[in-house]
Ligand binder design. Structure first.
Ligand code: HEM
Length: 112
C-alpha cells in the first residue's frame, strides 16, 4: 500500500501496532502515540515529544525529502546510533519493505 497522505502514515503505524497487539505499550513510552496527537505541521517540521538525544537536545522527527537523515526512518530500521529500534519492545519490527513505503512518502516531500 502506497502512503500518500499524513492520514495514511497514521493508519500505517496504528495498523502495525494493532496487528501485533503492541498498542497497549505505547502509553508507557516517553513519546506516546505522537503520530496521532501531533498536527501535520508538527509531525513534519517538529521534534518528537518527551524525548531528547544523548546530548539532551530535542530530536526532529523527520526531514522532508531526506528519509536517510530522518530519525523516524532510522529508528524503524534499527540503524539509529542514538536510539533503540522502534517499537522499543519489539520484535516484531517493521520489515524493510514497510519502512521503505514510509521513506518514499518522506522523500516525495511528505504529501499532506
Ligand atoms: C523519532 C522516532 C522515535 C524516537 C526517537 C523514539 C524513542 C523512544 C525512546 C527513547 C523510548 C524509551 C525506551 C527506549 O529507550 O528504548 C521509546 C519507547 C517506545 N517506543 Fe519509540 N521512538 C520513536 C518512534 C516510535 C514509533 C514510530 C513507534 C511505534 C511504531 C514507537 C514505539 C515505542 C514503544 C511501544 C515504546 C515503549 C516500549 C515499552 O515501554 O514497552 N516509537 N521510544
Amino acid at each position: 500500500m502506497a502512503i500518500n497522505s499524513f492520514k495514511d502514515v497514521q493508519d500505517f503505524i496504528n495498523q502495525f501496532l494493532n496487528a501485533n497487539g503492541d498498542m497497549p505499550d505505547v502509553p508507557t513510552s516517553p513519546h506516546k502515540d505522537f503520530w496521532n496527537s501531533l498536527t501535520y505541521t508538527q509531525f513534519t517540521q517538529g521534534n518528537i515529544p518527551g524525548v531528547t538525544d544523548n546530548k539532551n537536545n530535542p530530536v526532529r522527527i523527520l526531514i522532508p525529502h531526506n528519509s536517510a537523515m530522518s530519525t523516524l526512518i532510522q529508528v524503524l530500521n534499527g540503524t539509529s546510533t542514538v536510539f533503540d529500534q522502534m517499537p522499543a519492545d519489539g520484535p516484531p519490527f517493521f520489515d524493510k519493505t514497510q519502512v521503505k513505503e514510509l521513506a518514499d512518502w518522506i522523500d516525495a516531500g511528505c504529501q499532506e
